[in-house]
Ligand binder design. Structure first.
Ligand code: NDP
Length: 387
């Protein structure tokens, strides 16, 4: 019998929902690349329900218990007395979400001698110490593509919200006001602007595809260039490095993983190379931007706006300066956990567990670390220290 710890965010403050705004979510069978959405024996949940919070349990309990294993679901993940810390010595599998990450540090991995599999219910496994996972032969897997489109839609929404000054205008309405000049004195059209993405993988290229009809100039920088055919289809310009790209862009969106190469990439120096009054949208990982450099740039006007849904740490403390800095459009980490996305990543976790219990290979696309080395999607997008 394996112990599986599943760390999820808390239920809604008013309790677990008994009804939903919509009756169903569309069924998506394939992603843009042709890759199939998660494929399982069956699912024990209704797509469109809240699966990502503690009572939703990712719809896993029946399946896990039928297989004779023990499932512990908790949101309690910090400090030595947390449920996570107490259960870790027994755990074979830890399932966590980037939205409410169970940070699997080197110390925690060392304290979990039975740990064999760390599953990310979503995408982005930087909350797992990849080097420690490699060293301790812990397989790391995530549900690649499950919420890429969810995030790309959020990016487009945030770009429009910043450029058009949507949030302060909405606030004017809520507060009973009607001062149009106040609302429009920072409002522009996106049309004609230059928009660039750092990283043109699944999310970055989906953002480019969605922005194409807005008649903007599109740019990207990436470690691997897109094919000529895709560049042509999107009408996007490649830049060999990020400095060159940010110098020509009015809007920059970050869609690369957090790894040693990207940590604190957007510091005072790089933000200083952006066009004056540029907008920066980061739904990748909070640590890719220097927290205080962003605040300084918004205060000086170097950045006209900053938005995103990723912070460090998560949950962000109440006094995190990104909550109160000027001209921001931050949300908690929500972009990749819409009800639509939850249905896909819950099924993806189940697919990974079915493979694990049956001794079948996990899809190459889902693997980050396996057999003591970067593997699959991880070998492509991540870098390990000293490797
Ligand atoms: P992909 O792996 O498909 O794409 C990431 C791209 O970034 C790859 O093309 C990769 O290049 C590129 N890249 C890596 N390092 C650099 C660098 N130093 N400079 C420029 N480009 C770089 O990942 P996804 O698009 O699916 O996801 C991207 C990230 O978004 C995730 O790692 C995660 O952190 C975040 N995310 C956030 C979510 C949210 O809810 N806010 C949900 C899902 C993901 P190469 O191909 O050459 O390796």
């Amino acid at each position: 019998m394996a112990t599986i710890i599943c760390v999820l965010y808390d239920d809604p403050e008013d309790g677990y929902p008994t009804s939903y705004a919509r009756g169903e979510v569309p069924t998506i069978e394939r992603y843009h690349s042709g890759m199939t959405t998660p494929t399982t024996e069956r699912i024990d949940f209704t797509p469109g329900e809240l699966l990502g919070s503690v009572s939703g349990e990712l719809g896993l309990r029946k399946f896990v218990e039928e297989r004779g294993h023990r499932l512990v679901v908790t949101s309690d993940k910090e400090g030595p007395d947390s449920v996570l810390e107490r259960e870790l010595p027994e755990a074979e599998i830890v399932i966590s979400q980037p939205f409410w990450p169970a940070y699997l540090t080197a110390e925690r991995i060392a304290k979990a001698p039975n740990l064999k599999l760390a599953v990310t219910a979503g995408i982005g496994s930087d909350h797992v110490d990849i080097d420690a996972a490699i060293e301790h032969d812990v397989t790391v897997a995530e549900v690649t593509y499950s919420n890429s489109i969810s995030v790309s839609e959020h990016v487009v929404m945030m770009i429009l919200a910043l450029v058009r000054n949507y949030i302060p205008s909405y606030q004017t309405v809520v507060e009973g006001g009607w001062n149009i000049a106040d609302c429009v004195s920072r409002a522009y059209d996106l049309e004609g602007m230059q928009v660039g993405t750092v990283g043109a993988g699944r999310i970055g290229s989906a953002v480019l595809r969605r922005l194409k009809p807005f008649e903007v100039g599109l740019h990207y920088t990436d470690r691997h260039a897109l094919t000529d055919e895709v560049e042509k289809e999107l009408g996007v310009t490649f830049h060999a490095d990020v400095e060159e790209m940010v110098g020509v862009c009015d809007v920059v969106t970050i869609n690369a993983p957090l790894h040693p190469e990207t940590e604190s990439l957007f510091d005072d120096q790089l933000i200083g190379k952006m066009k004056y009054g540029a907008y920066l949208v980061n739904t990748a990982r909070g640590k890719i931007c220097s927290r205080d450099a962003v605040v300084r740039a918004l205060e000086s006007g170097q950045l006209a706006g900053y938005a995103g849904d990723v912070w460090f740490p998560q949950p962000a403390p109440e006094d995190h300066p990104w909550r109160t800095m000027p001209h921001h459009g931050m949300t908690p980490h929500t972009s990749g956990t819409t009800l639509s996305a939850q249905a896909r990543y819950a099924a993806g976790v189940r697919e990974i567990l079915e493979c694990w219990f049956d001794g079948r290979p996990i899809r190459e696309d889902y693997l980050i670390v396996q057999a003591g080395a970067l593997a699959g999607a991880g070998a492509h997008a991540y870098s390990a220290k000293g490797r």
